[in-house]
Design a binder for this molecule. Structure first.
Ligand SMILES: NC(=O)c1ccc[n+]([C@@H]2O[C@H](COP(=O)([O-])OP(=O)(O)OC[C@H]3O[C@@H](n4cnc5c(N)ncnc54)[C@H](O)[C@@H]3O)[C@@H](O)[C@H]2O)c1
Length: 429
């Protein structure tokens, strides 16, 4: 068990990924997994760059495993995007759904696996509906934008588990063999002794809108979702969650608290910050420094660095574990984006159980905790946002608006552009 008292990453890896001797791809092709020859119907919700990439990855994964994988339904807020993706994957137009409730129509079809890659705000609502409909789901990161959203994803994951459904997540380094084996060696087998400290970063150049968006409608917000706190969670959540996820994995649970700084010097659109620096306290004296920035012309680094008693690792370069956490008949894919789809099909074929909902929801919540701290200028604790409704009800119940449901009901209020949270003055967001 982890410090939080929940099933830890280590237990998760042990119970769901299992142990066994890792084999290279050529060695496993033609084995049990390949011999199944099953057909899988896949549906895609959110037909942008990543969604279409995930669907293509699923087809590729099918070839690796010897399964007949077909994309048979698409859905996007904008119907023309669903139809365009449909054309790419050979889906007839009557199975390409549009509008804010397009996911409902897709979930009524006979797809067995659903890939979700919309704006993060919508993930909890869509995942809940998919699990209720009995689908196996791949959820892109991040999976929510506020604490209640993260808890909804955890609850949906628990229901999926009860129903024997598989939920995998787009935190792709958890699917990468080098990361899995390094985690096994360093965290499970303690090859480097005790963890002292670390840092994780996603510092890159400017992305997305270069002039004010001036949104008038809900559609304008969805088109420019990467620029709005409510739809993306801010880039600390939307992008840097990848590295924060690795910190949580290597610290064997989420942090106790966060103290963050951040601000906006250069961004001309939306309402997000363009840099953050957060100190995460994981308890027992272990601190992880997290930084992310989207500004041109600055020093860039994306990665991880963990300092242990007997050495250090970037999370993927200490793969000499004694016992491999990777099942012997699981094929190795040429990239982590394809590997996550190989894992998905492999476990759906086996009937599970794999539930990555909690891990990715906790990593999302960790990022949200850092954002709340940077926006307000105060320390924010895991207890107040995730585990104790009475500790600080405003934090526990913090719900960003407009909500996913507002987009369906037509009750979206447009947030003011270029008005940003002010530490020491603003309420939490
Ligand atoms: N794991 C990775 O490496 C990686 C890389 C890029 C993006 N992502 C994640 O994937 C998701 C999508 O990112 P993207 O780059 O593809 O963005 P995108 O803008 O290219 O695509 C998002 C698509 O979702 C649609 N959409 C938005 N809200 C919707 C809703 N309520 N219902 C149906 N469709 C909706 C949009 O119209 C758009 O077509 C995000 O969560 C992002 O963080 C992950």
């Amino acid at each position: 068990m982890s410090r939080s008292g929940k099933i830890s990453r280590r237990d998760f890896v042990r119970t769901t990924i299992g142990t066994g001797v890792a084999l290279s791809a050529p060695a496993v092709l033609g084995t049990r997994a390949r011999a199944q020859g099953r057909t899988f119907k896949v549906g895609l919700i959110g037909c942008g760059g990543r969604g279409r990439g995930a669907a293509a990855g699923s087809l590729e994964a099918g070839k690796i495993l010897g399964f007949d994988v077909r994309v048979t339904a698409t859905a996007d807020y904008f119907k023309d995007r669903a139809v365009r993706a449909g054309k790419q994957f050979g889906v007839p137009p009557e199975r390409c759904f549009g509008g804010p409730e397009c996911y409902k129509a897709l979930l009524e079809t006979d797809v067995e696996i659903v890939l979700m890659a919309t704006a993060p705000l919508f993930r909890p609502l869509h995942l809940e509906a998919a699990v209720r409909a009995g689908k196996n789901v791949f959820i892109e990161k991040p999976v929510a934008v506020d604490p209640p959203g993260c808890r909804r994803v955890i609850a949906a994951g628990e229901l999926a588990e009860k129903k024997g459904l598989v939920v995998t997540a787009g935190t792709e380094m958890r699917h990468d063999w080098n990361y899995r084996k390094t985690h096994q060696a360093v965290v499970v087998e303690k090859a480097l002794g005790r963890l002292y400290a670390g840092r994780v970063a996603f510092c890159i150049g400017h992305m997305f809108w270069t002039r004010p968006i001036n949104p008038k409608t809900a559609d304008d917000l969805v088109r420019s979702w990467q620029n709005w706190i409510t739809l993306s969670g801010d880039h600390l959540v939307e992008q840097h969650v990848h590295n924060i996820d690795i910190a949580n994995w290597f610290c064997d649970g989420p942090p106790v608290s966060a103290v963050g700084f951040g601000g906006r010097g250069r961004r001309p659109a939306g309402d997000m910050y363009d840099f953050f620096s957060v100190d995460y306290d994981y308890g027992d004296g272990v601190h992880i420094h997290s930084m992310c920035r989207q500004i041109n012309g600055c020093w860039n680094w994306t990665g991880h660095d963990f300092v242990f008693e007997k050495g250090r690792t970037n999370g993927g370069n200490h793969a000499d574990c004694r016992n491999s956490p990777i099942p012997a008949d699981l094929p190795r894919a040429p990239s982590s984006h394809i590997q996550e789809q190989v894992d998905m099909l492999y476990y759906v074929n086996k009937g599970g159980p794999v539930n990555q909902a909690r891990a990715v929801a906790e990593s999302t919540a960790t990022a949200v905790m850092g954002r709340m701290s940077a926006y307000t200028g105060r320390q924010v604790t895991w207890k107040e946002i995730m585990t104790d409704p009475a500790a600080k009800p405003d934090s526990y119940n913090l719900t960003l608006r407009p909500t996913a449901e507002d987009f369906e009901k037509g009750t979206v209020q447009i947030p003011p552009e270029n008005v940003i949270p002010l530490p020491g003055l603003s309420a939490a967001r």
